[in-house]
Ligand binder design. Structure first.
Ligand code: GDP
Ligand code: MG
Length: 163
């Protein structure tokens, strides 16, 4: 299938962890150490008998003044140029940040389907806290833990449904 899904979101929200889990092989670099330059990675995923291309957008933000240019603009460009749908990942452990808000402002304006993936929902307490992400105003919202895999099936079902 030529259907392509881009995973976007600020650094360290868990994009590569999700990507790797979906591909079931380690193709993207998962890193907790800031300062590692990471490029985008391409893979093919299968879900519910549907096959689609997956782009893991990486990118290291060198300094805060450059954040919009280097991270958001680049990722959104990749998403809009190359993808048919976007998984916008956020981090329930840190909550909503300015960068999340800036990115959702841009993504709300695209006509492509955007799936908000609130990641790191590892337990019930996190799930309660994660409800703050409804405030981003993105209708298709999913709560998951890429670490445990919990909740990712619901997101993937929704993605597969539009292919
Ligand atoms: P990326 O920069 O968005 O690609 O994020 P990574 O996939 O490199 O992950 C950044 C950090 O978050 C790593 O230490 C991961 O192990 C961790 N991480 C990813 N998903 C989860 C999750 O669901 N729960 C928790 N607790 N940690 C996660
Ligand atoms: Mg990454």
């Amino acid at each position: 299938s030529g259907f392509t899904v881009a995973i976007v979101g600020r650094p360290n929200v868990g994009k590569s962890t999700f990507f790797n889990r979906l591909l079931q092989e380690r193709k993207a670099i998962v890193d907790d150490v800031s300062g590692v330059t990471r490029d985008r990675q391409y893979g093919v995923a299968d879900w519910n008998g549907k096959s689609f291309n997956l782009i893991d957008t990486g990118g290291f933000v060198p300094d805060s003044t450059d954040v919009f240019e280097t991270e958001i603009r680049k990722q959104v460009k990749i998403a809009l140029d190359e993808a048919n749908a976007v998984v916008f990942m956020c981090d329930a452990a840190t909550g909503i940040t300015d960068l999340d808000e800036a990115m959702s402002d841009v993504l709300r304006r695209t006509t492509k389907p955007v799936f908000l993936a609130v990641n790191k929902v590892d337990n019930h307490e996190r799930l309660l806290e994660a409800s703050e992400f409804y405030a981003l105003g993105i209708e298709k919202i999913f709560f998951l833990s890429s670490m445990t895999g919990s909740g990712s099936g619901e997101l993937l079902d929704a993605v597969a449904e539009i292919i």
